[in-house]
Design a protein around this ligand. Structure first.
Ligand code: HEC
Length: 82
């Protein structure tokens, strides 16, 4: 019984994590294309901390179009790409 709960929780958490990465991708493709090509980001390799720093800078440029929440999801997606 306990095992079933653990397995179910793991599945729920895993699918939640996937959803937020998928959301990050969609936000990225929608919000990060307004000023420069997506390739500018897709060609860069940064770790999560690096992407958080970059997306924070883009929040300032965007004048409110990108929120902190968007930026976190986008950073997660960009850092997680292989
Ligand atoms: C309002 C316009 C604007 C939006 C929206 C924008 N950028 Fe930028 N971005 C810039 C400008 C201007 C520069 C060049 C200045 C610089 O390098 O800081 C830049 C530079 C960059 C760079 C190269 C510099 C670096 O730090 O690596 C990357 C990568 C980048 N943007 C990614 C993104 C991502 C990811 C998003 C979406 C979260 C985004 N941009 C949204 C204006 C924008």
């Amino acid at each position: 019984m306990k095992k079933t709960v653990v397995v179910l929780l793991t599945i729920v958490m895993a699918s939640f994590a996937c959803t937020s990465v998928q959301e990050g991708k969609e936000l990225f493709e929608k919000k990060c294309v307004k000023c420069h090509a997506l390739e500018k980001s897709l060609n860069a390799t940064k770790d999560l901390a690096g992407w958080e720093k970059t997306t924070k800078a883009m929040i300032r440029y965007s004048g409110g179009d990108i929120t902190e929440k968007d930026a976190k999801k986008i950073a997660k997606y960009l850092a997680g790409r292989k």
